[in-house]
Design a protein around this ligand. Structure first.
Ligand code: HEC
Length: 206
């Protein structure tokens, strides 16, 4: 029987060729060198440690507490020290809740315009600003149950300026508050770490 083209003979030849070929190369699992693993582990630990020991700075709860006055270079402050702008402070710190109109948001944020707390006892107003208020607070006959943040990070001058501003704006007519008053009340209430529990506790004094 003669070998037909493309028949047995050729198949045998290609089998033999295949037999001689090296196996296809494949990637072996080459472990990372131990010192590299140790090095990476050490770097990760150092990173965690570094984050842990790095001080994070100011209390961040209410965002960047710096005002234009703080950012101004000291030379410029010399003449302008007494001129902390209460209106500007109000716009940046308070208006988000109490609104630029001082009318607040019905049922959520109480009004400052015509509020008995704003034009009332300067000490009580200072306490509200310094320590904050939670629980029920009645303003102009309406009860609010919100959370007024504490503004203890603001300086005496700044608090005096913003309080004086709200006491003389929107038809309010109460005397301005001095930085000394803020300083004295900050001292008097320094033991307090929690906000006041509503209007009753505010009226009680400390
Ligand atoms: C996150 C919203 C918020 C911001 C910001 C805020 N307040 Fe208030 N404030 C409240 C809430 C809520 C109450 C009522 C608290 C309660 O119900 O116990 C309140 C109450 C008050 C009161 C007493 C009640 C009244 O209406 O007279 C005064 C005064 C006051 N805030 C002034 C300020 C001033 C000044 C600033 C800026 C330095 C300010 N607040 C920033 C939410 C806010």
């Amino acid at each position: 029987m003669s070998a037909s083209p493309g028949g047995d003979g050729e198949m045998k030849a290609s089998d033999a060729q295949r037999g001689r070929e090296h196996a296809d190369p494949d990637e072996g699992v080459r472990p990372l060198p131990w010192f590299l693993v140790m090095f990476l582990g050490a770097m990760a630990m150092w990173g965690a440690f570094y984050i842990y020991i790095t001080p994070s700075g100011e209390e961040s709860a209410y965002g960047d507490q710096r005002t234009v006055a703080t950012l101004r270079p000291p030379e410029a402050m010399a003449g302008a020290a007494a001129k902390v702008d209460g209106k500007q402070l109000f716009g940046s710190k308070c208006a988000a809740c109490h609104q630029a109109t001082g009318l607040g948001v019905p049922g959520v944020f109480p009004p400052l315009a015509g509020s008995e707390w704003v034009v009332g006892d300067e000490k009580v107003l200072t306490h509200i600003l310094l320590r904050g208020v939670n629980e029920e607070l009645v303003v102009k006959g309406t009860a609010y149950r919100g959370a007024m943040p504490a503004w203890k990070a603001m300086s005496d001058d700044e608090l005096a300026a913003v309080m004086s501003y709200i006491r003389g704006e929107w038809g309010n007519q109460a005397a301005p508050i001095k930085a000394d008053t803020v300083k004295a009340q900050r001292e008097a209430t320094k033991a307090r770490t929690e906000p006041y529990n509503g209007g009753q506790e505010l009226k009680s004094g400390t």
